[in-house]
Structures are given as structure tokens and as C-alpha cells.
Design a protein around this ligand. Sequence first.
Ligand code: DGJ
Length: 725
Amino acid sequence: MAMAAHGASASNGPVHYDAQTHVFRIDAKGVSYVFGVNPNGQLQSIYWGSRLGFTDSFPQPHALPGWAAFDPSVNTTPQEFTGWGGGLYTTPDLKITFPDGNRDLVLHYVSHQIDGDRLTVTMQDIERKVFVVLDYKIDEATGILRRSATIENRTGKPFTIEQSFAATWNLPAAGDYHLYDLTGRWTGEWDLQQQALHPGKIVLESRRGPTSHANNPWFAIERGASADQDQGQVWFGALGWSGNWQIAVEQTQARQVRVTGGFNPFDFGYVLAPGESLKTPYFYAGYTRNGVGGASRLLHRFEIAEILPHHPHPGLRPVVYDSWEATGFQVNEAGQEALAEKAASIGVERFIMDDGWFGQRKDDHAGLGDWYPNPQKFPHGLGPLIAKVHSLGMSFGLWVEPEMVNPNSDLYRKHPDWVLHFNGRPRSQERNQLVLNLARPDVKAYVFHTLDSLLTNNRIDFLKWDYNRNWSEPGWPSAGADHEKEVYVKYTRNLYSILQELRARHPHVEIEDCSGGGGRVDLGILRYTDEVWTSDNTDPFDRLSIQNGFTYAYSPGVMMAWVTDSPNWVNQRVTSLTYRFLSSMQGALGIGANLNQWTPQEFVQARTLVAQYKSIRATVQRGALYRLISPLHGSEHSATEYVAPDGKQVAVFAFLHSSQMGYPYPELYLRGLEPGATYRLHMLDGKAAPETPSNASGAYWTNVGIQLALRGDFQAAAFTLEREP
Ligand code: DGJ
């Protein structure tokens, strides 16, 4: 093998390279990640699991033997990144077609560079000047690794990339794995699935344009059948990409498990001219011995400290009011001002005017694309409403859907070729709208300038950025036939670039990521947005399982949850105001009810509940989440617990679907407490059983637990434990 120039052979940081054995070791927090260059020049995966001793070392890895003539060694040897070539049958990370018809690509190690918490490893095809630079970055606080690959064309001729993943993660060979993933649909997102892994391939993906409600780019793989949320080995990961994505979970016939993720290869095609490069999305992954609960706590910490805008200290989410469920498209100056006054009276901190304020928007048939205030509804522009909202002490938020256009709009009449389409083919409308082709530089510029002037000319503090359909006919005729498929990469890149530039020019403006609820949530868009609209389903009971699923991948600190009217529009379910509030208080609280119909008593109650939320919001949004009782599988009960980062406050929410046979509510055994510390119980809503102590040790609350006096249908309770100094 040709072993070219090496980087530093030792380092004081988390990345080490042993020049004798050609082994890389990356260590942080509870995790060690080890791979090496084998004598064939392959990057062979060695170990990924609990942290090893400092002096532990590994010999140079050797490729594993093949399995008879049918599985060449390249398939049995776990590798960090493979090209499709040389008899590879497992999922390749990279597949290229060259202009001479050659499609064989065999990548070997060339060199590496260590720079603090980062390692880059360069690979090259055995014959052609195709280079791949693998990038590894470890987060020292959580042990979560970030990986990506950059493909470089130094061949002198263009070639077409047909498949380009960010990374492959290899797990130890074993037969007792379970995969968790999140599926869903509009109003039914974040449905947690669990299945055993068998030899074969499970494909998680979106082919819909955006990330999708249908499947989210997150996975967790648990070893052994652990009945406990917070114990057991779990490998987990998430992609940072808001376009078509794929995560392939493959178990080979030899029981090796490989997880490969990045751009979805379906309909993919990216022409790389000489001198050009293509960078894949980031694929993040981590490991824990603390079960799926521990995996999500690591992810939450990582998102807050490393992903969100303003990390490592993103601001807490304000309590918001949103007009959508109250006034629909029928917004106007007087109506919104009246709602704003009522919202302010209960302690709301941000007022958001949703859909309906612009162009000729009366319903969803017209207006998208024409981002000026509707002159009948807002004869004096947005200024008076914004001033009123500010005078009430709230910030002002505005709904936009900048990537879409209604055919009935000035924009579409002027630029019918600006949408995704194939020449001469129908343009399928969904919700009477088409998708603007953001990959086009002129469309990108239009969208950016429109939003930039909206923010420059109005004192807007927040955008709710919506996206209400998936793609169809994803053509880009003006790009030329060879380049049309680049739309999948360039669209999303331009979206990120618009968001980034807007944030740079308007640093005080916060942005919510929304796509008909949770249709575009991933670690890519979360780098540019401060919060997420979790789901259009605001039924507080359905929300228990929706929010439960959401938090497997994403922090409660970005999970918007509104209190809306009862009966709720989704299921016509009737619930108390307290139940609705406590369901929503498990994330970032909002109100979406029609305040014009509330009784004085409801205002009084809401004011108290909003104040309660503010007293625990830092714990809920930044704390460690423990799922005490799952709401899934028809459970009668469910409960969540949040422990503040400094451990001083604990907030617990408990829900009862319906009492049966007079059984009491099960004891809640708390987690994450200091056994020797004393905690004072304070009931926010509902009652504890009469004999419950008001002060007890962490050991008591953990082992004896707390019994709540919850009975009836759709009941809820909440309490805090405050640690005594
Ligand atoms: C879908 C969003 O999820 C809703 O909250 C609302 O903003 C509507 N779109 C408005 O059209």
C-alpha cells in the first residue's frame, strides 16, 4: 500500500494517531471511537463504545477474510467510507460514473491531519484523481461525533456522483439489536417505532423534497432487550439535512451492523466539474450505556450547546400567542390588536400573526409570493399592529411561507418558470400552491430580498417560516439536462444560505421552523432556526405521544406546544384548561386558543398557569428529561420529569387517560436526584396522596416515589421538587 505523508502522530486533544499501528483513536466523555489504516489501505473500523483506558492500544487492523467466493473481503471488513467498486455489495458511501463509462471506485488512505477536536482523513481512488476528505469532529461534552465527506474532482474531466453519503457507522457484530425510528404524517408526526434488526437493510428516508413528516433522519439502535429507558447500550445518530435524505441500516449476513447516511441516492445526480468539490451533510452520532433515555439527553445537550443559533447559550423560548386556530385567514388590524391585548393580560411574551395578512390572501387559493400587507385588512401597513404589540410589552412575530407560490399571485403571473417543473408536464398543486425553485440564483435572490426588506421596513422580532407541501415534478429545465438533478442539493444549500444571511443582517430576529407542523425538522435547519412547530395536531392528549416521540431526537427546548380550544378540532376531544396547559408546558409554551371566547375565570386560570410555567421553564427547556411512564401503546398513564442543569429544581408532569376499576395512579419513582440531598415538594396542579411528605431525600423520592391523587378522565397534575440548600 502507498502510505503517504502523515499528520501529527500524537496530540493533547481528543484525537490520537499511533504512527506504528496506524490506528486513530478519538475519545470524549464516555466514548471511544477507534479505526485504523489496514495494510490494504482501507480505513477499517475497530471500536465504538464506552471510553477505554488511556494506555489501551490496538494493533494495526487487518482486513477480514471473505466468506467463500461469494462475499469478498471488502464486504466482511467494516470500513469507515467505501466507494462502489472492487466487488462491494454493502451500501457504498460513494458511487461515481466517469465519462469513459468506468464506474469502479476503490478508495484508499492517503494522509490525515489532526487539529484539536478535528481529524481529517484524505482518501483517493487507486487510479484516478478522485479525492475524498473525511471530516471527524468530536463534542467533548457529549462524545457525539460529527462526520462528513467532501468529494473532490482533480481528474481533469467532469464526472457524475450518483450516490454520496456522509459516513458509515459500524456497530459490533451481534444478533440482538433493536432499531428505533420516527415515522408519521401530517397531524401524526413523531410516531416512535421499534423493530428487531435482522440481516438485510432497513431504509429510513425522505424522497419528498423536505425532511418530511413521514420519517425523520434520526435513529437509535439498542443492544439487548432492555426494559429500562435509562439503561443499556445505545448507538444513535441524526442527519443535518433538510432535503431528500437517507439512512440505511444494514445488517450483513455475518451480523455486522452498518449505518450509512447522507443525501438520498434516489434520483440523485451531481455533476462535478474538474476542480469542484461536493460536501455531504453532517451525520452526527453518539453512544451511551444509559439507554434510549440517556441517548436523548445527550442529543438535547448537544443541540443546545452545539447546533442551535446562539449556541452554547440560545435564549429560552418566550411564551407565545399565535392567531392561526383563533382567526385562520381572517386577520385584520382591529381583530389582531384585540387578541394581542388579551394575550398580554395572561403573561404572553410574543404575539404572532399567522397566515392571511398579505397579498390577496382570503383563503389558501391566493397570495403566496406577494409579501405585502393586504390593503383591506391592513390599510396602514403592519406598523400600527406592531406598535400596539410592542406597547403591550410583547415582541411581534409574523408568519411567512417564502418558498411557495400560489398560481393566483402576481409573482407567479410574472415568473411562471420560477417553480419546480418539467417542461410540458402538469404542475401538480397541493393546497393550491407550487414550490419555488430555490436552487435558481434569481429565485434565491428574490426570496432573500423580499424577506430582508420585510424585516428592514417593519419592527418584526420573529418569523414563523412555514412550508406546506412536498415536492412534485422536481424539474429545473433552465439548468440543462445534465444538471437538473442538482436541485436536491442546491435548493437546500440556498435555503440555508438565505436563513444564514437573514440572521446575520437581522441578528435580533428569531425564526421558527414549521412545515405544516413538523415536516422539516432536522439538525440542518436547526442550525438556523430557534424553535420548531412540532405538529398541527394540538389535541393535548395526542400531543403526549407526539411530544414523547419528538423528544427522542430533539430538545423540549425547541418544541413549541400550544394550548388551544376545547373540544379540539382534531378529535373533538374535550379537556380541561389545566390538562391542556400541562400537556403544553412540557415544551415551549404557546397559546393558540380563541381568547375572544374565554370566560373571565379562564383568564384568571391561564394567568396562574403561565406564571407557573415561567417558574419552571428553564428546567423544562434546558434540563435533563426522564420519561417516567410512556404514553405509548394505549397507556392509561404517562409522566415526564425534568431535572434542571444545576440539579436544584425538578419539574414533573403526570397525565391520566381514565381511571379504571378504582385503581390508584401508579407511584412515580423519580430519577436523576442526589440520594443524600433534601428536596421540598411543591404541587403546582393536582394533589399528592394525603400522607406524602413535603420534604424528603432524593433517595426517598427515587425509591418510595410519590403517589398522586389523580382520578377520573383526562386528568393531569404537576409538581416541583426544590433541592434544599
Ligand atoms: C401550517 C402551520 O403548521 C400552521 O400552524 C399554520 O401556520 C398554517 N400552516 C397556516 O397556513
